[in-house]
Design a protein around this ligand. Structure first.
Ligand SMILES: O=C(O)CCC(=O)C(=O)O
Length: 265
């Protein structure tokens, strides 16, 4: 591994996250923004009341073919823009071969200000028992690659919680037990300040939450990346993957190819 990769690997091992500063230049961010904005606008159209009522703060599946009925080439452009070779090479060097593209999300500030950032581990809203998630923590690799399209102090993490399960207090906060609330302050948390162009890579099962108050506006693209594991692979949605014809046209198909094979299995 190169020096930068070694230090990212050490940070990830110790803390469960690392930051790559200035990974994308301003042209690359402008290009991603130009691809993402029309998808977000299509998704949001007519849903403003629902977004408020359900206190939504993200959308998912930006690569779904339904967003590209007017322009198939934009779908290819998006696949190419989100996984350039410099990104897959860096993460392959750190985590070893076998990573696959799982999905995308876009995080924004909830319009309903009653919604406060809530501590969670990603799978806690799935039907998978908490005990099973805890026992599989070290056997799973699910990552968020967060690509803020605007500067943000938009995420808070509990360093080290990628390799241990909750303290008693964290458990009560996460599940709102004994009068606790999931928006409570937790000790030892780390607020992450990013500029557009920086990447934050963190373990999806570590304790984390958003931060809305410090950001006038948020627009953070998130790639869900992982190694196949029975608990996560069941959520792979084939409709967000390239078709075999599209795969053949991609600049850097490896993680999409891996997902495509998993989707067929
Ligand atoms: O940005 C946010 O509001 C929350 C981020 C998050 O929960 C995630 O990436 O899983």
């Amino acid at each position: 591994m190169k020096q930068a990769e070694l230090s990212s690997a050490k940070e990830y091992e110790d803390q469960g996250y690392f930051i790559l500063r200035n990974f994308f230049n301003s042209q690359e961010i402008a290009h991603l923004t130009a691809l993402v904005d029309p998808i977000f606008l299509q998704w949001r159209d007519g849903k403003e009341a629902l977004i408020f009522e359900h206190k939504l703060l993200n959308m998912h599946s930006l690569t779904h073919a339904g967003y590209f009925e007017q322009s198939q080439t934009q779908r290819l452009a998006l696949f190419n823009a989100i996984l350039p070779t410099k990104l897959t090479q860096y993460l392959d060097a750190l985590f070893g071969e076998g990573l696959y593209f799982h999905n995308t999300q876009l995080f924004f500030n909830p319009t309903n200000k009653a919604h406060l950032p809530y501590w969670h581990r990603d799978m806690q809203y799935s039907p998978i028992a908490d005990e099973l998630q805890a026992s599989e923590l070290l056997n799973m690799l699910s990552l968020h690659v967060r690509i803020p399209l605007l500067d943000e102090t938009g995420v808070e993490l509990i360093p080290g919680s990628h390799k241990r399960w909750d303290t008693e207090l964290e458990r009560k906060v996460r599940f709102e037990l004994d009068e606790h609330e999931n928006s409570e302050t937790l000790a030892d948390s780390k607020l992450i300040a990013l500029s557009a162009g920086d990447l934050l890579i963190f373990n999806a099962q570590m304790l984390h939450r958003g931060n809305y108050a410090l950001n006038h506006e948020r627009k953070a693209l998130d790639l869900c990346i992982g190694k196949p594991h029975p608990l996560s692979i069941e959520f792979l949605d084939k409709s967000v993957l390239p078709t075999s014809q599209e795969l053949a046209q991609l600049d850097n198909p490896s993680w999409f190819q891996a997902a495509y094979q998993l989707g067929k299995a």
